[in-house]
Ligand binder design. Structure first.
Ligand code: HEM
Length: 293
C-alpha cells in the first residue's frame, strides 16, 4: 500500500530537529539509503531528497528543482545543501539527539551532514514574534490535495514537495515597533489572532492570502521556531503537491508583482532556502522507485 509520509499531515510536534546533507561518497549510496529506509518511518522521521542527489543518480523527479534565487531590498540568501533533508519529530530532546546520531551514521559516507537545527513548539503553536502560526492551513481532504501528489501523476502519487527556509528574527527591531505596526505587519491581532480587515497591502496575510491567487495557492505549512543562544527565528516548512503555490506566495512577498514588499521583512529575513522531494511510503518504507532504486 502506498501512503504519504504521515508526519506531513500531523500537527507539529513539541520538539524537532532538521538535518541537511550534501553528497558524499556516491559509491556507498545504495547501502546508505537502504540503512535510512530502516529508520525513516515517515511519521517521526521524515525524509526528503534534493536535486543534487536526484541528478547524481541520473533520475528525474518532474517538478523538483533548485531553490529559486530571491531578491528583495537588502537581502542575500544562501541556498542550503540540497542532497537530503531529514525532519525528526519528537517529544524528548535526548531521544531526538540519539536518533539523529543513528541517522547520520546510517547516511554516512554517501551523505555528509552539513547543518543541524533544533526546533520547538512555542505556546500553542506560535512564531517567536508571538503570533499564532498555521491558522489558515488547509485541513482534512484539502490538506491532502494541497500537500500530496495525487493519482493523476501515478509515478509520484503519495509523494510531496517541501520548501524550507530558515528565517532569522531581529527581536530588538520587532520589539521597538509599536503594537499596531506589529499587527499591521502580520495582518492579524496578536492578542486574539483576529484578521485585520483594514490591514495594509504589505501585511503578510494579505500578501499570502491563499484564495487570492489564480489558481488558488494552498500549501500545508509545518513551520517551527528555532533558537540558538539568544538568536532565533522560524524554520519555515511548506509541503505542496508542487512548488507552484509556494513560489506564487514568495513572489508576492518580495514585491515581484506590484513592488510591495511583505512587512515581515521589517523584522525578519530568510538566511537559507532549499527544495526537497519527499517520497511516498510503500508498505511502510520510503518508496525510492522514482529514483530508480
Ligand atoms: C519568518 C517568516 C514567517 C512568519 C513569522 C510567518 C507568520 C505567519 C503568520 C503569523 C500567519 C497568520 C496565521 C496563519 O494563517 O498561519 C501566516 C500566514 C501565512 N503565511 Fe506566513 N510566515 C512567514 C513566512 C512565510 C513564507 C515564506 C510563506 C510562503 C512563501 C508564508 C505563507 C503563509 C501563508 C500561505 C499564510 C496563510 C495566508 C492565508 O491564506 O490567510 N509565510 N504566516
Amino acid at each position: 500500500m502506498t501512503t504519504a509520509q504521515p508526519g506531513i499531515l500531523l500537527p507539529v510536534p513539541n520538539l524537532a530537529r532538521y538535518l541537511s546533507f550534501s553528497l558524499g561518497d556516491m559509491s556507498r549510496l545504495v547501502e546508505c539509503l537502504q540503512a535510512l529506509r530502516e529508520i525513516a518511518d515517515g511519521e517521526n522521521t521524515l525524509a526528503g531528497f534534493g536535486l543534487s542527489l536526484v541528478s547524481a543518480l541520473g533520475a528525474t523527479i518532474p517538478g523538483l528543482k533548485s531553490f529559486p534565487p530571491i531578491s528583495a531590498p537588502g537581502l542575500s540568501i544562501d541556498n542550503a545543501p540540497e542532497a537530503a533533508w531529514i525532519w525528526l519529530r519528537g517529544a524528548d530532546r535526548g531521544e531526538i539527539l540519539h536518533r539523529s546520531r543513528r541517522i547520520t551514521r546510517a547516511m554516512t559516507p554517501a551523505f555528509q551532514l552539513d547543518e543541524t537545527w533544533d526546533a520547538f513548539k512555542y505556546g500553542e503553536g506560535r512564531d517567536l514574534s508571538g503570533y499564532e502560526d498555521g491558522t489558515e492551513n488547509p485541513t482534512g481532504d484539502a490538506a491532502i490535495s494541497a500537500a500530496i501528489v495525487g493519482a493523476q501523476q501515478p509515478a509520484l502519487a503519495g509523494s510531496s514537495f517541501v520548501a524550507t527556509q530558515r528565517w532569522c528574527h531581529n527581536f530588538e527591531r520587532f520589539e521597538s515597533m509599536p503594537e499596531d505596526d506589529q499587527d499591521n505587519a502580520v495582518g492579524r491581532r496578536q492578542s486574539d489572532n483576529e484578521e485585520l480587515d483594514d490591514a495594509p497591502e504589505s501585511a503578510h496575510v494579505k500578501r499570502t492570502a491563499q484564495e487570492s491567487f489564480t489558481p488558488e495557492a494552498f500549501v500545508l505549512r509545518r513551520s517551527m521556531p528555532w533558537a540558538e543562544g539568544n538568536a532565533g527565528g522560524l524554520m519555515f516548512v511548506a509541503f505542496g503537491a508542487s512548488f507552484d503555490a509556494f513560489e506564487a506566495q514568495l513572489r508576492r512577498m518580495v514585491g515581484a508583482e506590484d513592488g510591495i514588499v511583505d512587512a515581515l521583512f521589517n523584522f525578519t529575513q530568510p538566511v537559507s532556502g532549499a527544495y526537497f522531494w519527499c517520497p511516498a511510503l510503500k508498505d511502510g518504507q520510503l518508496d525510492l522507485a522514482p529514483l530508480g532504486l
